[in-house]
Structures are given as C-alpha cells and as structure tokens.
Write a new protein. Sequence first.
Length: 360
Amino acid sequence: MALVWPARLLGLGAVVAVLALLPRTLEDFTNAYASDLAFVAIYFTALLGLSILTGYSGQISLGHGAFMAIGGYTTAILMSEQGLRLAGHTFSSDLRDVYTIPIAGVVAGLAGLLFGLPALRLTGLYLALATFAVAVALPQVLRRFETLTGGGTGIQLFGLPQLSGLGVEVNVFGRTLPFNDWLYYLCWSIALALLVAAWLLLRGRLGRALRAVRDSEVAAASSGVSLARYKTLAFAISAFYAGVAGSLFAIATTFVNPDVFPITLSIFLVIGAAIGGYGSLLPLLAGALFVQYVRNLGDDAADAGRLPGPVAEFLARPGGRDLVFGATLIVAMFLLPNGIGGLLRRAAEPLTSRLYTRAS
C-alpha cells in the first residue's frame, strides 16, 4: 500500500497551494476571511494532536481544551507585565509572541505527560471522565492564582510591545501586513509544519506501536511494546500540539481569561476530530472548518445579512444556532460515521487496490 503515500503527498501539495493563493484570489480577504481562516488553522493544529491520542493510541480525551488553555496562558504570562519572574529577571522583556509558541507547547506537553502517568490505570469511559474533570477544574484554578493569571479578569495582550505589530500591523521582509494577514500566514505555516511532523512520526516505529496499542493492548505487550511508554508519549505529543494551538489562540485573540477556553471547547474539539475522522491527519481540516464555521453560525452580523431573512431571524433566536449545529452534527455522523477521512479511504480503496494488484 505504499502507493497511497504519493496520493497523500499530492493532496498535501494541493492544500498548500490553495492556502498560498487564497489571499490573492478572494476580494476583501483581510477583513472578511483572514481572521476566520487563522482560527481554522488553530483548531486544525489542536485536532492533529487529538487524533494522535485518540485515533492512533485509542485513548479518549474530553479535556484537550485544558491543554490549549495551558499553552495560551503560558504565552500570555511570558508576554505580560505581571509575567513569570525567576531570579529577579522578567522574561516578558525579552520574549516576543512568536518565541513563546514552542515554550507553550513544551509546557503543555509536560502537563500532558504528568497527566498521562496516573491515567495509565484508566481506560475507556473512565479516562474520558478524568480528562473532562481536568477541563472542568482548570478555569477555577486559573481564577484562584490571580497574581499570575489575572484571575477572572485575565491578561490583556493588545498593544504590548511583545505582540507582533502591537496587534495592528506587522512588517515582514520589508512588507507591511495587517495583523489578521500576519495571523493567517503564521498559523497556517505552523499548522502545516506540525502536520508534516505528525505524518513523519506516525508512519515510523512510533505510529506502528501506537496502532498496536490501540488495536490490542494484550497483543502489543506480548510483542514487546511498552504500554506505559507509548501511552504517556502519546499524551505528551498530543498535549504539545494543543499547547501550540492554545498559544496561537492567545496571540489571535490578544486576550486570555478563563472564558476564552471554556469547557465546551474540549467538546467541540472531539466533534471536529469525529467529523474529520479519527486516525486521519489531512482530513481533519474538514473538522476544523466545521468547528469554526458551523459552530459560529449567525455570530457575525455580516454573515446574517447574507442569509435569507427567515433563516437569519431563526438563527438570531435563543437556541437557534445550537439547534442548527446539533442537527448538522447528527446528519453528518449519520452520513459519515467514520468522518471525512473514512469516506476518502472508502472512495480511494478500489483504485488503490487495482494499482497495488498491478504493481504486484
């Protein structure tokens, strides 16, 4: 089945080309599209990590929004005036927003590793409830340590010298970009780099070990696969991806508080991964689009203005958007029980089977 890889590389190349050309082909790109598409990239990054954990190692997580919050607050704290001090030195004086992104990923990854160790005793529903408990408890923890996190008020980043272009515009190689355009290129560059990294990791020994753990822990252990090592490693890698996504989220919103990372964020990430297809990578882009656009139906007055009057009126009513979102999710899961990734695999199976038979 090695013939599948060229097709996947072709698909990745097509996505990269579309993303590179999109700003030049859409009118009013900056105001109408750049910010939304940057958030699609952020969700896509988080979904990559969740797919590694659940789709490849079989561990269910309902708390990935908490790891995003850890990454987001790490970036905000390092940039803010009330930031972390160690030995009398203020890191915020030296660290720009972009430099904090890998640090945020590492901090969240360590949190995932620490959580993964006690979680080794849990499986299935019990593990899902434990991760969900983390997402429920974290906002209260953030409010409690007000000196460091700003409590319920949060941390304001807009206008800080550490924020690229003070959140207004950014100079890149002598070219001035509006802040939303800068976010678009930054978020998608990081998302695609992490996509390639995940692809390389999962097609090697690590991917084979994680799939073995997912399919049968007994068989994996009898084959010499260390369950503890690979399950905790999957948690750490997955949390690293979520931390990077949370850091980008903080930079994009230029503000963090506990409400920026609500409990429902974890649920929406699970939904996005299901739409894209667990055990998939590139098809998770569909899940990210679903989370960003279907979840926010009618939020923007401009969007509502482009809809027929009765539809816009229905979405504006209390519960209208939630009803449409729920109905859309039910229909999507009924038609695509294995997500977009499963649909693409079924569609390509006859062709790849014929090619493999001829090659043999």
